[in-house]
Design a protein. Structure first.
Length: 301
């Protein structure tokens, strides 16, 4: 059932009191499937993250208005986006979530690449070489977790991306693609979905200079090494574990290399957890002391 998000509804959302803004409540914008341009202009004034995942369509004028919003913007309900709307949203000064898109024109990819923050396109299962080359110009984190295949040319293009790169939907990678992605210098490369990896690919990716997530392939290698004798075949039948690791199932150097990746990642994650909780604790103390402290009684009236 279609529900229109009107200017009146948008104004009610913007006029929520402090507690509802902090803890939720009031108008739920997720339930609206369409929005008039006036509502988009009003919501652009909202300060903070804005979720409009119920929208299934967006006019070019509404996209241009929302581009003025400051904060993360989620439009996961959109399954298509015009080139003009993409050009408008590219100017948005915040993270942009468009996980509902299942296809993206080369022109739209080129436009969205101009966004300077996080860009998430998990709905894409394939990407043309031209689109990959365009998205490689994006400077923030790039989420392409929905991709199930990646050409060597696309891998070579994405290796130029300057930001975190999420390709955890891939289950296999050619040697040429691995060699290309090993040159990625965006800080974080997520390939945790890989379940098949050759010696050449593993050795190439080991040269990656940032944080590399190869957890899926590493776990497969370690498990196969535990199960099989030294004289096992170099290509393990998929019946053994539901996957295979070509040419490296019984070679200690590659197994140790991939196993070391797990250890390194766990150490990094533990350090990040400690930093995260320290930040949360400091933020909460600051909020209680300096925000709620002086007027806490008035806030709950």
């Amino acid at each position: 059932m279609s529900k229109m998000l009107t200017l009146e509804i948008a104004q009610k959302f913007l006029n929520r009191n402090f507690l509802k803004q902090l803890f939720g409540g009031g108008e739920n914008l997720m339930e609206y499937t369409s929005m008039d341009d006036a509502a988009a202009q009003a919501l652009a004034q909202h300060e903070g993250d804005l979720g409009l995942n119920g929208l299934t369509s967006l006019s070019d004028a509404a996209a241009q208005a929302l581009a003025q919003h400051k904060g993360d913007l989620s439009l996961d309900g959109l399954t298509s986006l015009s080139d003009a709307a993409a050009q408008a949203l590219a100017k948005h000064m915040g993270g942009l979530w468009l996980n509902g898109l299942t296809s993206l024109s080369d022109a739209a990819a080129q436009a969205l690449a101009q966004n300077k923050r996080t860009l998430v396109l998990k709905g894409l299962t394939s990407l043309s070489d031209a689109a990959a080359q365009a998205l490689a110009q994006h400077e923030g984190d790039l989420g392409l977790s929905g991709l199930t295949s990646l050409s060597d040319a696309a891998a070579q293009a994405l290796a130029q991306h300057k930001g975190g790169l999420y390709l955890d939907g891939l289950t296999n990678l050619s040697d040429a693609a691995a060699q290309a992605l090993a040159k990625h210098e965006g800080g974080y490369l997520d390939l945790r979905g890989l379940t098949s990896l050759s010696d050449a690919a593993a050795q190439a990716l080991a040269q990656h200079k940032g944080w590399l997530n190869l957890r899926g392939a590493a776990e497969v290698a370690v498990n196969l090494r535990k199960r099989l004798p030294q004289t096992a075949q170099s290509v393990v039948p998929s019946a053994a574990t539901g996957t295979q690791l070509k040419d490296s199932a019984t070679k200690p150097d590659v197994v140790e290399l991939l196993g070391a990746i797990i250890t390194k990642q766990e150490e990094q994650l533990e350090a990040l957890r400690k930093i995260r909780w320290a930040i949360v604790g400091f933020g909460l103390a600051f909020f209680l002391r300096f925000v709620l402290g002086p007027d806490i009684k008035n806030i709950f009236r």
